[in-house]
Design a binder for this molecule. Sequence first.
Ligand code: NAD
Length: 252
Amino acid sequence: MNTAGMLEGKVAVVTGGTRGIGFAVVKKFLESGAKVALCGSRQETVDKALAKLTEMNPDYQVMGICPSLTDYSAVEAAFAKVKEQFGRIDILANNAGISARESIYDYDPDDFAKIMDLNVKAVFNCSKAAAPIMKEQGGGAIINTSSMVSITGQRSGCGYPASKFAVNGLTKSLARELGCDQIRVNAVAPGVTRTDMVAALPPDMVERLAATIPLGRVGEPEEVANVFLFLASDLASYVTGTVVSVDGATVS
Ligand code: NAD
């Protein structure tokens, strides 16, 4: 589908943009005319992703940043750099995340803290750094990556669904708090999506998972990115405070 021009003149920051869903979002935003700051955890993976995008289209307006997302000052400084280079920030996709599988019996409390730090505190830090910039410009859109397990929980790795329930809480609360500044805040809740997270699972497990999905297959990162594009665009001008499922009706 040709989405060229849908985000013309907009500047987006995408965390966890080096691969998987985040990379698909970066690509979709660039194809749609936005300038994008791709945010990753390491300079090396950021550079690799930037090289891949430039090879796809040398005209893409994309820059790389890699602040520690759990450090508010580092995030604030990185966003200031984006504003300096691209002039504004209209869209923030809070997508970086890690998952967990451990049973509560084996769960290291430090690992629980680690997942909360990246999946929740980083969403808070990035939203806090972006909101004043968006407010000053007259508005913006924040889109958080949640998960289908934010509806159901899961049978192990309780830190992961707990973090995504918190993401939904931040989404709904910030939508109410920032609506008066014309900043919309929504979340996307993917089901099983074909990324490295899923590639790390045994193939028979992925097959069994697919069989339980009404659409009969796992989702593709681009299908999730399409919903990010809608929520980032002016087509969603009256949509805020929602968690949109993209899971083939697995739980939605
Ligand atoms: P992925 O592992 O392919 O990508 C994760 C991204 O997060 C990478 O770009 C990585 O660099 C970044 N990241 C990881 N640790 C980081 C850190 N400490 N600091 C900064 N960035 C860090 O995963 P994905 O499947 O594309 O997941 C993206 C988002 O989608 C996550 O929030 C995940 O919870 C969510 N999600 C994924 C699925 C799925 O089936 N793949 C389903 C539901 C939700």
